[in-house]
Design a protein around this ligand. Structure first.
Ligand SMILES: [Zn+2]
Ligand SMILES: [Zn+2]
Length: 100
């Protein structure tokens, strides 16, 4: 389950929080994200966590985001490594040539 909320979910210690996930549940705040594409990227990131993906340092939507400005450069897609991790979690292997 994922909640999309318009409220600020940060606090005085972590005002930049844009989303959070625990197993089975995630929340995404659009409070700091007026543009739909950044909200979509943030949602894709949290869905990745819901599917069991950790943060990733590659050019990938699972890169940790510490500020909303970083969402502009964040890809919407998963990197090759995360795609393989996701397929492995399903007990399958990635089809040949199936991803960039
Ligand atoms: Zn994250
Ligand atoms: Zn990745």
């Amino acid at each position: 389950m994922i909640w999309l909320v318009g409220e600020n979910i940060g606090d005085c210690w972590r005002p930049w929080v844009l989303g959070a996930a625990v197993p089975g549940r995630a929340v995404v705040s659009t409070f700091r994200l007026p543009r739909p594409l950044e909200a979509l990227k943030n949602t894709a990131h949290e869905i990745g966590h819901l599917l069991g993906l950790p943060h990733c340092d590659a050019r990938c939507c699972m890169r940790p985001v510490r500020h909303e400005s970083q969402l502009v450069a964040l890809p919407l897609a998963l990197c090759w490594g995360c795609q393989k991790r996701l397929w492995a979690r399903q007990g399958e292997t990635l089809p040949r040539g199936g991803a960039a």
